[in-house]
Design a protein around this ligand. Structure first.
Ligand code: HEM
Ligand SMILES: *[C@@H]1O[C@H](CO)[C@@H](O)[C@H](O)[C@H]1NC(C)=O
Ligand SMILES: *[C@@H]1O[C@H](CO)[C@@H](O)[C@H](O)[C@H]1NC(C)=O
Ligand SMILES: *[C@@H]1O[C@H](CO)[C@@H](O)[C@H](O)[C@H]1NC(C)=O
Length: 329
């Protein structure tokens, strides 16, 4: 009978049924999987609570939608989607927040703190920080006018962070197309999924320091007028100008749409990793397709975000549920 139960229940049962069955499922060699109904009984209002906080944060500042989507990406690419990105420096933690790719540019930590404390009020110690980040990214896309999707849940939080991994595994502005494809490939994401995910640059802002070199080089992969306009607010080699911001999609910086891809066709990609997606290489046809078909882009984006959220989660009894996202309990 017990064997029948553990065989007939999928791993999705974890978190919903008795601990006994959970242990049996795990001991049968079946790996715990994420499930959209994970908190159905243990914290039924979790998703609504998170949504309310995220909606208010984006209403206060529209850029926050971009920042929350990026936060999930920077979490998942380092040790998997385990909220390692949220851990602050401490005697035992070297925070990933200070990795070059995130230092002084990754945002949204306070919104996650706020969502976490709201959820803790009704169900203490139940909902992981990693799941809150995943849900916030989905809600952010929706509130910015982009696609929505069903978020799989049941991730647990890490007790460690790894700034070395963050520095080596998050993409950098100097990466070539092949390097980018390989970085995403090492996370199980295809070139097409990488192009779709890069479409998140339809939202948000970049600091001058990240596109300065591109605007001052004498190069053929950039529209001259566009470069000249960007240079006006991004002085050459001036540390003071490093923090100046420019929109990643100047046409509609706060709306999730496919203008990002249309800009690339006109050589108006802000960052080098934007324009390399359409610069005579093997992803040109994907950019072309997304520029012509917003629905295909949005559907691919949603699927790719689900895959991003599936990267190496801690499940079952691995990891912990942090009480405060910034530190280990
Ligand atoms: C393909 C490789 C990628 C590279 C090299 C890259 C690089 C960057 C850089 C340099 C910035 C500006 C940061 C700064 O101000 O210094 C940025 C912003 C941003 N990135 Fe990416 N990115 C990549 C892929 C992604 C992906 C996959 C997502 C999400 C799915 C994403 C979402 C964002 C968003 C939304 C912003 C704006 C954030 C804000 O305004 O707060 N990026 N990215
Ligand atoms: C992060 O940025 C701060 C402020 O600009 C700087 O002082 C610090 O050295 C940077 N951290 C790392 C690890 O680069
Ligand atoms: C970070 O990850 C690398 C590669 O897996 C590992 O060698 C190193 O010990 C890790 N550092 C920390 C602080 O966990
Ligand atoms: C840019 O490069 C082209 C050809 O490589 C050259 O003819 C032109 O003079 C250069 N322009 C500037 C401003 O350096």
């Amino acid at each position: 009978m017990v064997a029948v139960v553990s065989n007939s229940l999928s791993c999705l049962a974890i978190g919903r049924v008795a601990v006994m069955v959970t242990l049996l499922v795990l001991s049968s060699g079946c790996q715990a999987q994420l499930s959209s109904t994970f908190y159905e009984h243990t914290c039924p209002h979790a998703l609504k609570t998170i949504r309310t906080v995220v909606r208010a944060a984006i209403a206060r500042e529209r850029r926050m939608a971009a920042s929350l989507i990026r936060l999930h990406f920077h979490d998942c690419f380092v040790q998997g989607c385990d909220a390692s990105i949220l851990l602050d420096d401490s005697p035992s933690i070297e925070s990933e927040k200070f990795a070059k790719q995130s230092n002084n540019s990754l945002r949204g930590y306070e919104v996650i703190d706020e969502a976490k404390s709201a959820v803790e009020k009704t169900c203490p110690g139940v909902v992981s920080c990693a799941d809150i980040v995943a849900v916030a990214a989905r809600d952010a896309s929706k509130y910015a006018g982009g696609p929505s999707w069903t978020v799989k849940l049941g991730r647990r939080d890490s007790t460690t962070a790894n700034i070395t991994l963050a520095t080596s595994q998050l993409p950098r502005v100097a990466n070539s197309l092949e390097e980018l494809i390989s970085l995403f490939g090492s996370k199980g994401l295809s070139a097409r999924e990488m192009v779709a995910l890069s479409g998140a640059h339809t939202l948000g802002q970049s600091r001058c320091v990240a596109f300065q070199a591109r605007m001052y080089g004498n190069r053929s992969d950039i529209d001259a007028e566009f470069a000249s306009a960007r240079r006006r607010n991004c002085p050459p080699l001036a540390p003071d100008g490093d923090g100046n911001l420019a929109p990643l999609d100047p046409v509609t910086p706060n709306s999730f749409d496919n203008n990002y891809f249309k800009n690339l066709l006109k050589k108006k990609g802000l960052l080098q990793p934007d324009q390399v997606l359409f610069n005579g290489g093997r992803t040109d046809n994907i950019v072309l397709e997304y520029s012509r078909n917003r629905l295909v882009f949005e559907s691919d984006f949603a699927s790719a975000m689900i895959k991003l959220g599936d990267i190496e989660p801690l499940t079952g009894s691995a990891g912990i549920v942090r009480k405060i996202c910034r530190r280990v309990n």
